[in-house]
Structures are given as C-alpha cells and as structure tokens.
Design a protein around this ligand. Structure first.
Ligand code: G1P
Length: 295
C-alpha cells in the first residue's frame, strides 16, 4: 500500500514574480484555495496520508497552512465563515506532515533526493503542485495511478499529449503500448528540442516512484539545464526494469504559467465555487450579493 506523498516545493516561482517575491508559489490561490491544498487533497483522496514536503527559504507559509491558526479560528468560531476552513481542517486531521529543506536548487531530481530521509524505503507518490490536475466527478489522477501501481508495482509517470513545438518544456517519453493509455517506457528525454523529441507525450507533475530511485538519482550527473533530472534517473530505471507512462483521465492546468493559472481559475470557479455557493444560498447560509443600483 502506498501511503506517502512527496511535494517538491522549494522552487523560486520566478515565472510569477512579483507575486512570489515573498510568498511561496504553491500558496497562489486558485479562486479561494491554494495550489498546494488541491495537491494534498488529491493525495488524501488516493489514500496517501503521510505528506512530506521539500521546502526552502521563504516557504514557511506552507507549514503554517497545514496547522491550526488559533487566533483566526477563535475569531470566526460560530460564524458562517467557519465553514470555509472545513476542507483544510479535514486535511490537517487526516494527514501527517513532515518537512525538510533543500538548501541549493539543483533540479527536481535533487529535490526528490532531498526528501529521502522523510520517505525511507517505501514506494511513494510525487506531486508538483503547480500542475493542477482535476477530474470532477471521477477519480483524481493520483487515485488512478495508485490503482495502476497496485497492479504493476513499478514506477509510473503521468503523461499527456502536448503540441510538438512545446516538447522543450517537458520530460518526453516513448515506449511500447501495453494497452489503451498505458506505455512501457523505453525512451525518456528531459526538455528535448522538437526535432530531437521521441514523441509528443509529456510527463505531467504526478509520479509514483519505487524507492530504488533514490540510489539512481544519487548516481545521476547534472543533465538538461545543468540540473539533476528525475527524468534521467527514471530512464536508468526503465532500462533496468520497468517504468510505465499513463495517459490519465482528467484535465491538467499548468499553473506555473499565467495562461494556465487563469484557465484553472475559471474552471474551478465554474465547477466548484459557483455550485458550492449556490448550495450555501439555498440552505440560507449565505446572503445573495447586493448589486449597487446606479441612480
Ligand atoms: C518538471 C520535470 C519535467 C516535467 C514537468 C511537468 O519540469 O523536470 O520532466 O515534464 O516538471 O510539469 P519543470 O516544469 O520543473 O521545469
């Protein structure tokens, strides 16, 4: 049974400056909920209750978010505002949280390796919170991947087709089709130019990794961008054993880009916020908005 989920969250978020100058990019809200909370909810929905985060300087808000805020909670106690904390309270009650810091930004592979003391010798999931993955009405992406892991017991990456010109933004995989939506990986390249890409199937920020990955990362030299890449370590794992690539059901929003962030915001507003607000209104828990009339 997989119980652990690692969130690499040490990156600077330079694509969202100035918003991320003193605030972790993982705390950017999509409507009223920070990105990291969507990710932890997805993990809990998949039965992963041991949450570990690799943070860095300036990221304390992440730890505070997954803790009680006595003063605030006392202030809103017994008011209609209290309900807004139901979701985060459930995560705090049902999950455990542990943290470590990555002192130097040496790439995603290095960030995952920094989480080794928190994960130990167990299979684990990895979530990159700025890839927001949603599947309203169906299983979340991690739930789908945990089900596959229970069947195949090997590392799995989530994939999605991307336009051929965008391969340089992703890890790209190719392999043998095992069944509809599932590949056995035989090639994997980090951020190839379109002409060098083995396909247009891009890795999205959801992984399930077996713990032998740690030794493979430790032996991986810097690759694309001079960083230690998880993609390179996974390629070694694929050539020795088995790595699967899974075309998940659901939608993915690249919330590391302004366009993806705005799209995610509109999607969540329509699919989650508005229906919840309508339910509150019908129960009389919230007053309709008063629109000021212009004389
Ligand atoms: C990372 C991975 C890349 C993957 C991407 C998904 O890249 O290195 O393989 O396709 O996440 O979002 P980054 O976006 O951190 O540059």
């Amino acid at each position: 049974m997989i119980k652990k989920c690692l969130f690499p969250a040490a990156g600077y978020g330079t694509r969202f400056l100035p918003a991320t100058k003193s605030m972790p990019k993982e705390m950017l809200p999509v409507v009223d909920t920070p990105l990291i909370q969507y990710g932890v909810q997805e993990a809990l929905d998949a039965g992963l209750t041991q949450i570990s985060m690799v943070t860095g300087r300036g990221k304390r808000a992440l730890e505070d978010h997954f803790d009680i805020s006595y003063e605030l909670e006392n202030e809103i106690c017994n008011t209609d505002k209290e309900k807004a904390l139901d979701g985060i309270r459930r995560l705090i009650d049902e999950c455990s949280f542990s943290y470590t810091r990555q002192t130097h930004m040496k790439g995603l592979g290095h960030a995952i390796l920094s989480g080794r003391p928190l994960i130990g010798d167990a299979p684990f999931a990895v979530v990159l919170a700025d890839d927001l993955c949603l599947n309203p009405g169906g299983d979340g992406v991690l739930t789908q991947m945990v089900q596959l892991y229970n069947q195949f017991r090997c590392s799995i990456v989530a994939i999605q087709e991307v336009p051929a010109g965008e391969t340089g933004k992703y890890g790209i995989v190719a392999g043998e089709c095992m069944r509809e939506g599932l590949l056995r990986v035989d090639r994997m390249v980090e951020k190839p130019r379109p002409e060098d890409a083995p396909s247009n199937l891009a890795i999205i920020g959801r992984y399930i990794l077996t713990p032998d990955i740690f030794d493979l990362i430790a032996a991986t030299p810097p690759g694309a961008g001079g960083e230690i890449q998880i993609t390179d370590a996974l390629m070694k794992q694929a050539s020795r054993g088995c790595v699967l690539a899974y075309r998940f059901k659901g939608q993915r929003f690249d919330c590391g880009s302004a366009q993806g962030y705005v799209e995610a915001t509109n999607f969540c507003f329509e699919n989650f916020y508005k229906p919840a607000q309508a339910a509150r209104l019908s129960q009389g828990l919230e007053q309709p908005l008063k629109v000021a009339s212009v004389a």
